[in-house]
Ligand binder design. Structure first.
Ligand SMILES: [Zn+2]
Length: 125
């Protein structure tokens, strides 16, 4: 009794309709559980990246303050950030993943600084 590959294939019963229905039902339940958890991950990732940029800008502003005895004196926030780049405190201008712009606010006593994003606000203070 020699069976060929084709005859082996024909001998298999395959799946019943109920087995397929149960499988599809289980897969749909798994998808229903996973989708709400995956939906917000892009927003969380961009927020974490923006927070990292804000921390980097603030840290380099403090580094600049300690070295130069004052914060960058550019007229606009972009000028101040560009000043950090041209003087080697930042390699590139950090950009918000959602396209927000970073605002640098120097306190009235000129001894502290805050950084916030136009899209995300102040993160990681
Ligand atoms: Zn942002």
């Amino acid at each position: 009794m020699k069976k060929t590959l084709c005859s082996l294939w024909r001998d298999q019963r395959g799946f019943t309709l109920i087995e397929l229905a149960v499988t599809i039902f289980v897969i749909s339940i798994l998808i229903a559980i996973a989708l709400p958890n995956l939906r917000g991950t892009g927003d969380k990732a961009s927020k974490v990246a923006c927070e990292g940029n804000q921390r980097l800008i603030r840290a380099q502003l403090e580094n600049y303050f300690l070295t130069e005895h004052g914060y960058p004196t550019g007229l606009t926030d972009t000028d101040r950030l560009q000043q950090l780049v041209t003087q080697g405190y930042l390699q590139t201008l950090p950009t918000c993943p959602l396209g927000g712009t970073y605002h640098i606010t120097i306190a009235a006593d000129k001894n502290s600084v805050t950084v916030d994003c136009s899209k995300h606000g102040a993160l990681g203070l």
